[in-house]
Structures are given as C-alpha cells and as structure tokens.
Write a protein that binds this ligand. Sequence first.
Ligand code: DON
Length: 306
Amino acid sequence: MDLQGIIEDIHATLSPRRGEGKVANYIPQLAHVDPEKFGMAVVTVDGDVHLVGDAEEPFSIQSISKVFTLTLALGKHGESIWKRVGREPSGSAFNSIVQLEQEGGIPRNPFINAGAIAITDLVLAGHTPKEAIGEIVRFLRYLADEDDIIIDQSVARSEQATGFRNFALANFMRSFGKLDHAAELVLGVYFHQCALAMSCRQLAKAGLFLANSGTNPLTGHRVVSHLRARRINALMLTCGHYDGSGDFAYRVGLPGKSGVGGGILAVAPGKASVAVWSPGLNDNGNSLIGSLALEMLAARTGWSVF
Ligand code: DON
C-alpha cells in the first residue's frame, strides 16, 4: 500500500478547505494560531514514518494529553482509578458540569474535562505539581523517543488566567470529596499537560504503543499490557470525541482522541498510529478537516476496528 501517496492525495484534496471551522478562542493564546495549518503523520507498526503538510510543526495537544495521563494514572494506581471516574460516554460537551452534580462528583469518563482533572489529581499523588509536570513531560519524551518535547508556557499561563470553568469543575468535585488536592494545584498540572507542544510526527510516535498491543515497536519499550492497550483504545473510541464520539466512530471507525488545538490522535490496531492537525473545529470542538482527513484515510486503507 502506498501510504505516502494516500496521505499526499488526502492533503491535496482537503487543502482548498483549510481554514474551515472555528479556531478555539476561549483559551486566548490558541486564538493566535494560523487556521490554514494542516499536517498529517502516519507511523506504522513496522516503523515506517509518512508525513505531509505541517506534520513537523509543534502545536498545542490540549485534550490529547488526557490519553497519556490516563496511561500514567493506570500505571500508578491500576484499576482503582475507576472509583474516581466512570467509563461511559457523556453525550455532553467536553466542559459540561451538569452530570457532575447529578452523579455525585464522579465524572462520566477520563476524557471529558472533569474526568481528566480527576485523573490528573491521581497523577499528582505524592508529588508536588512541578514534579508531576516533569513526570508527564518525561513520559511523553519516552513514548515518542524524542527529547525536544516541551510545554508552551504562554498557553499554560493563558489557560491558567481564563480557565474559570475548569476551576468550577475541580472545586465542584472537591466539594463531593472526590478530589484529593486543592483545585489550584491540580489545575496547575492539568493546564501544563494540555499546553504540551508536539508535532504530528511526535504525537503519532507517542501513540504507537496503542497500535502495537502496548509495546512501542520503534524502541521495544513495553508501555502497558496488551489488555490495557485494548482498554485505552476502547475508551478512545467511545469517549475520545465527547458528544461527537458516535459520529467519529461511524465515519472513521478507529479509536481517536481530539484536542481543541485542532489535533487528533487515531489508532489503527496492528497497523499504525496517525496524528492530524488542522486548527478549525466543528461544533463539538473537534478538528473539522482533521476528522475528514481521517475518514478519507480509513476509507482508502480499509483500516477499521469493525
Ligand atoms: O481544559 C480545556 O478546556 C482545554 N485545556 C482542553 C479541552 C480540549 O482540548 C477539548 N477537546 N477537544
């Protein structure tokens, strides 16, 4: 299969539509990103790397970081994390608070904001926020096998100054006794993990363990067990695109996790890890052109979990 030709075709076909969708502006620093950016990286389990467009340019990974903090929290605390967070799609917006009140401060899943904040609270256990942030950055460098992965401090500060809704979610969970640390401490870590800047290439490499039964085939590192990789993929498929998860599963048929920076990480088990970036978002806060690109890639390659 000519993967390079396929992604070049997809890029050429969708390029005239670059700029469609709305760039996130509730985090002021994200509003400055060029809406015409469009990149794609496919890294196969055999180690082939295919890039097109702006695939080497770092962007704000935002909620895609939630896949990696979930992996870290599972490593530290095992299945006990499910006392703090559920495993059901929410059918609500990523930053919704409604179910949190109805369901006693237990977020529906680890990928909506409330759930990711609860997971970060668990990653923080026994650490200072600075240590926890360091651990997350080191984990991403280890997964991607690249040293030049950093946090964009201006994005982290921008969200710290305006993340009122996340403060509300965290304090709400704390009021139910479901958050061990003060909101300021947990969110200090959460805003920094969201502000990780990575390219499509780095992101696809970092997610490759999920496509290869838990082991990164490029480094040989066994990151998680086969069963755990399957389960993380199951959560990405059912919850990774919030209230757009059903639509993404229908159209693309692969586990995926989006971020409001316009990135999507998708996993084709046994085949490849794919990252796309295009900043314009659809109504659910997921990359509009990015999901179209993945839909075309799945159609052209035949990759699907179904
Ligand atoms: O907490 C927030 O709102 C952002 N840091 C991340 C949200 C996000 O990426 C939602 N994804 N599409």
